[in-house]
Design a protein around this ligand. Structure first.
Ligand code: C2E
Ligand code: MG
Ligand code: MG
Length: 573
């Protein structure tokens, strides 16, 4: 990536060839004396920084904003006394914008009788901004800009730590909009989204700056109120929140009315950890709904007994596994260019006798919590591999199946055994199975992940990172672990191709994948415009309602047998 190795550059800089090299490089190249004064800057340096002034003779740190100077000086002095190059990222003044981000490599070399430093810099502003945006997206809700569940969890942990130190407390308030679903169904998602944005703004304005307001679900919000522990104070704040939502929402010429039901729980009285506090605030909120909505209920140990509820749910799930109420739907994964099916993602469903189809978003977290996910996940692996064998026979060609693996399953020491059994039982080759895991799984215990992934790779089973970009922490793991594909999350696909920022993110993700020789699968592709954009960007595989939603195996078999592409390319229409 960089211009030349240290030894080569140090020798080469002595002659005209070095000058030529400096000028030919696509990166910014500076020759510095040991104090950091610029002896010579390549022409490209001036271009990259959009400076027309002569840089030769200036201090190198003049290029860097004040806040970054100490770190750059530090790196230069380490480099001057070391044989190894020193790398760092810093901001750099730019005549065009406030500043840009540069990745530097400083390497020392001996010129005649003095030590000089060769500084090679690459503009990484786009990657940097993208990473910042990914980080923001990972912690904020895209619709309202409010903190999301992940950031809420951090804030609650912080509030607990502060309360412990100060022997104080805080309140957690769970809010749900009453009547929102009706607005959404009757007037469409566009109006629903606008209403949520306005509601979020009103709730935010009714709270203090030190309070956190997060959006944790469709029309569900949670607020953390540091220092608020007394019942009258909680009720006062709740009344403010209820009034803010009760004002009419003027939309498309209609005045819409919704209300909010509120449940509250107090630390430490009602729970000493995040899970208990949220669960208690939630059950208080449901009680508020039962009591007639548009009111606030504060949790009380005597009146609420949630533990019993959890136990009965666990029993119901266990019973459901025995009764065969779980099944798998299969969603086509389509080659972006040929538009033919190359595989399926297996997605679990629960058909409850009274409720009908229950979404995995509802029961997977519960199964993860009560441990039944190991049983369910093991079943899904086997069922998916067996079904894939049948799909292949029907299609007369090789296909692959993608199976989701949850964190608790991945940590379970029986996982490998379950996977091996699924492969043996079905007779499917390892290369026809792809496991979908999330970034969080890798980061929580990297040593375990490395061991398990190596075992998995030795069976030729491939790994994809699901919902890529939403659990972002560091990209370093992509180099460390044997990973084969990135599934770009629907959040980045949704507003394509109009959203410039999402387009930039998809672009960077695909060039990153390309660079690391990973395949990319775009999730949640819902229309031809998105598909066209992704094909042009070099995305290999497409999954979404546009090329087919999750269906029962019988229908999936029909799709496979059909000779025509799943959706026609506009070029063919
Ligand atoms: P996921 O793995 O990211 O799966 C993609 C989800 O997006 C699926 O939701 C799918 O139905 C939905 N989807 C696909 N195309 C589109 C589209 O074009 N537009 C929109 N709006 N949605 C689309 P589903 O089936 O409800 O599954 C939700 C999540 O539940 C999955 O997300 C996965 O994390 C989890 N899950 C599903 N089955 C299993 C399983 O067998 N084991 C485990 N551990 N988790 C599972
Ligand atoms: Mg998935
Ligand atoms: Mg996904």
């Amino acid at each position: 990536m960089f211009l030349a190795s240290d030894k080569a550059s140090s020798a080469a800089c002595h002659d005209g060839f070095a000058l030529h090299l400096m000028e030919a490089a696509g990166d910014a190249v500076f020759r510095l004396d040991s104090k950091g004064k610029i002896i010579r800057a390549s022409r490209r340096s001036g271009e990259l920084l959009h400076f027309s002034i002569l840089l030769d003779g200036r201090d190198f740190t003049d290029l860097v904003p004040l806040g970054d100077r100490a770190a750059v000086l530090d790196a230069l002095s380490v480099a001057a006394g070391s044989e190894k190059p020193v790398r760092m990222v810093s901001r750099v003044h730019s005549a065009q914008s406030a500043f840009r981000w540069f990745e530097w490599q400083f390497s020392a070399w001996q010129a005649d009788d003095a030590t000089e430093i060769l500084a090679v810099g690459r503009d990484v502003s786009i990657q940097h901004d993208t990473e910042e945006r990914l980080r923001h997206m990972a912690t904020h809700d895209a619709l309202t800009g409010l903190p999301n569940r992940a950031l809420l969890s951090d804030r609650i942990k912080m509030a607990i730590a502060q309360s412990r130190r100060a022997h104080g407390g805080f309140a957690i308030v769970a809010l749900d909009l009453d009547g929102f679903k009706k607005v959404n169904d009757a007037l469409g998602h566009g109006v629903g989204d606008d209403l949520l944005r306005i509601a979020a703004k009103r709730l935010r304005e009714a709270l203090r700056d030190i309070d956190t307001l997060a959006r944790v679900g469709g029309d569900e919000f949670v607020a953390v109120l540091p220092g608020v522990i007394d019942e009258p104070e909680i009720l006062l704040i709740a009344r403010r929140l209820i009034s803010a939502i009760q004002l009419p929402f003027e939309m498309e010429g209609h005045a819409l009315y919704v209300s909010t039901s509120i449940g509250a729980a107090v630390y430490p009285e009602h729970g000493d950890d995040e899970v208990k506090l949220l669960a208690h605030a939630d059950s208080a909120m449901y009680r508020a709904k039962e009591l007639g909505k548009a009111r606030c209920v504060i949790y009380s140990k005597q009146k609420f007994d949630r533990v019993e509820h959890d136990v009965s749910m666990e029993a119901a799930m266990f019973e459901a596994i025995r009764n065969g109420e779980f099944l798998l739907h299969y969603q086509p994964i389509v080659d972006a260019r040929t538009r033919t099916i190359v595989g399926f993602e297996a997605l679990m469903r629960w058909t409850q006798p009274e409720l009908g189809l229950v979404s995995p978003a509802q029961f997977i977290p519960m199964a993860e919590e009560n441990g039944l996910i190991n049983l369910l996940g093991g079943w899904a692996l086997k069922a998916a591999c067996m079904q894939m064998k049948k799909f292949q026979e029907a299609a007369g060609r090789k296909l692959y199946v993608s199976v989701n693996v949850s964190p608790r399953q991945f940590r379970n020491d029986q996982f490998l055994k379950a996977m091996d059994e699924a492969l043996v039982l079905s007779g499917l080759g390892g290369e026809q199975l792809l496991l979908e895991i999330t970034e969080g799984i890798l980061m929580s215990d990297p040593e375990h992940a490395e061991r398990l992934l190596t075992e998995i790779a030795s069976r030729k089973v491939r790994i994809a990172i699901d919902d890529f970009g939403t659990g972002y922490s560091s990209l370093a793991y992509l180099k460390r672990f044997p990973i084969h594909a990135l599934k770009i999350d629907r959040a980045f696909i949704k507003d394509l191709p109009l959203s410039v920022k999402d387009a930039a993110i998809c672009n960077v993700v695909m060039s990153l994948a390309n660079h690391l020789k990973l395949s990319t699968i775009a999730e949640g592709v819902e229309n031809e415009n998105q598909m066209q954009f992704l094909v042009e960007q070099g995305c290999a595989l497409i999954q979404g309602f546009h090329t087919g939603g999750p269906v029962l195996p019988e229908l999936a078999t029909e799709l496979l047998k059909s000779k025509t592409p799943v959706v026609a390319s506009p070029a063919l229409v």
